[in-house]
Design a protein around this ligand. Structure first.
Ligand code: TUI
Length: 307
């Protein structure tokens, strides 16, 4: 399937893997790229040296294009932005902020820049700043979220900009892919479905929790702190939401989530860790390879779209 996004990135299928902190390592990124999509290494809150090592590992595992996601709240964001330029990555995606200050440096290095946006206003600003495409991410997503749903955000962003729009949030199968195309998107980004990929290094407990999750099993923590994060419900979220309701201080709440994602992804503590996942977890039924995931989505979507 050819779209402006497949042309821009030199990929076979318009499927992009989310740049999930701790989850999106070189193993997952190279597997997605080798399957014909766009794999992404997620910098999350990691140091710049880790990001460089991950890029170098991925370069050994694939000769296909892959990207890096810069989470803009990372304390080493400036250094990571430079690593991305030096390593001449094909594409950078950004999240949780406005990447304007890095845009020129990346463009000069010949890197495609695709910011994640959660509003029409930021999408327009990014287009004016030279973005090659935008990812319009709805609040069905896992992790840090905006306030709009995918169904409402994507078509409004499509109407507001001329650059290609990639839909994200709540998409996990061929039906979601086809729906995104109907909204005017030219590719999709998926996180939750790739969390459980066989090539994903995520702890088995985490994968099992995603697979077992039903439609109503996610919660949003941090609404009051200005950092809303969608996670699967567990002992930590129950305690957090209770404290948040009682008006606990920012410090106390941050203390509860500090390191919680690592605890879940690496140690498999799905009771007290932060199990970030989107509302699409209810659609994710089993572990599969990245090839199987992408092939199934493209086959189902092609039938629906009568391609
Ligand atoms: O970034 C994400 N999702 C993430 S990042 C992350 S790591 C983390 N861990 C603990 C605390 C905080 C983060 C986990 N999940 N998605 C992309 C995304 N970006 N979603 C929403 C936004 C966004 C929101 C507001 C982007 C820009 C924005 O406004 C920026 C501005 O200044 O106008």
């Amino acid at each position: 399937m050819k779209t402006r996004v497949t042309e821009l990135l030199g990929i076979t299928y318009p499927v992009i893997q989310g740049g999930m902190a701790w989850v999106a390592t070189h193993e997952l990124a190279s597997a997605v790229s080798n399957a014909g999509g766009l794999g992404i290494i997620g910098a999350g809150g990691a140091p710049a040296s880790w990001v460089r090592e991950q890029i170098q590992a991925a370069k050994k595992e694939t000769d296909k294009p892959f990207g890096v996601n810069l989470m803009l709240m990372n304390p080493e964001a400036d250094e990571i932005a430079k690593v991305i330029a030096e390593e001449k990555i094909k594409v950078v995606t950004t999240g949780a902020g406005n990447p304007a200050k890095y845009m020129q440096m990346w463009k000069d290095a010949g890197i495609r820049v695709i910011p994640v946006v959660a509003s029409v206003a930021l999408a327009k600003l990014m287009e004016r700043g030279g973005a090659d495409a935008v990812i319009a991410e709805g609040m069905e997503s896992g992790g840090h979220i905006g306030a709009q749903t995918t169904m409402t955000l994507v078509p409004q962003v499509v109407d507001a900009v001329s650059i290609p729009v990639i839909a994200a949030g709540g998409i996990a199968d061929g039906r979601g892919f086809a729906a995104a195309m109907m909204l005017g998107a030219e590719a999709v980004q998926m996180g939750t479905r790739f969390v459980v990929a066989e090539e994903s290094i995520v702890h088995e407990n985490y994968k099992e929790k995603v697979i077992k999750a039903k439609d109503i099993d996610s919660e949003v923590t941090g609404m009051s702190t200005g950092h809303p994060i969608r996670v699967l419900r567990n002992k930590m979220t129950r305690e957090y939401l209770k404290k948040e309701k009682e008006g606990a201080s920012l410090e106390e709440l941050e203390q509860m989530t500090l390191g919680a994602l690592r605890k879940a992804v690496v140690e498999g503590d799905v009771m007290y860790g932060s199990v970030m996942a989107g509302q699409s977890a209810g659609l994710v039924k089993k572990q599969e390879t990245c090839v199987e995931i992408i092939q199934e989505i493209m086959t189902d979507a092609s039938k629906l779209l009568k391609l």
